[in-house]
Design a protein around this ligand. Sequence first.
Ligand SMILES: Nc1ncnc2c1ncn2[C@@H]1O[C@H](COP(=O)(O)OP(=O)(O)OP(=O)(O)O)[C@@H](O)[C@H]1O
Ligand SMILES: [Mg+2]
Length: 265
Amino acid sequence: MSDVLELVDVSVVRDGRALVDDVSWSVKEGERWVILGPNGAGKTTLLNIASSYLFPTKGSATVLGEQLGGVGTDVFDLRPRIGIAGVAMADKLPRRQTVLQTVLTAAYGMTATWHENYDKVDEDRARAFLDRLGMTEYLDRKFGTLSEGERKRTLIARAMMTDPELLLLDEPAAGLDLGGREDLVRRLGRLARDPYAPSMIMVTHHVEEIAPGFTHVLMIRQGKVLAAGPMETELSSRNLSLCFGLPLVVEHQGDRYTARGLPLA
Ligand SMILES: Nc1ncnc2c1ncn2[C@@H]1O[C@H](COP(=O)(O)OP(=O)(O)OP(=O)(O)O)[C@@H](O)[C@H]1O
Ligand SMILES: [Mg+2]
């Protein structure tokens, strides 16, 4: 299996502080990774490297076989091969575009605005992705009027539009109500188990948001990797407690996880 992402001794230093500190991590084709860690741990920074928008200060980062900053690597060729759904992206998208336009424009560059010359093939693809995310009834709604959950689902459909080899999701379930979260987890689970779906990396704060089909977990605290490997072995009470800095118990029931703090003695 080839490497989708290969970080070797990667640090990102800003104002003399390492936001990501000597991280080595490799993601192979077909793997579905979850990144867990407290606020400010460096999760989004790692995703920014994986998306090729941020280059390490030290170390080497190779994304889909291309070394960031390497001779012969053109990030503009690399970026369409990566789908990104995160809060930063939502803020860049025109609020007045319809849901269908918002997804369709992804095929023509980052945040391109609407013009009339879209291919029927692309429009059909956009409709199909939106349908898969349960957004068929919202095709003509203005993106800016969507609820948090509807916006998240639109962004995931949009990220799929370029047929990416790597899909990056930054807190896709944040701000969703219980029903919305469960609906999204179910849909992500379907995607994660689809052998034709891209390799995936999802950042989350809650083990309850880990969809079935996710295979690996990386835990990060203060920029340093605490644990990285298969979900069954690494998503342990011990690792999670170290990661969040308090005693926690993880339970695995069926194909889902829950975590809670231990009562004070
Ligand atoms: N450009 C920057 N300059 C200085 N510090 C930065 C910069 N970007 C991020 N940081 C800091 O780096 C740390 C890691 O940020 P990051 O966004 O990766 O955290 P995170 O794990 O995604 O947190 P959250 O769960 O809150 O989203 C934070 O302390 C943040 O304030
Ligand atoms: Mg973040």
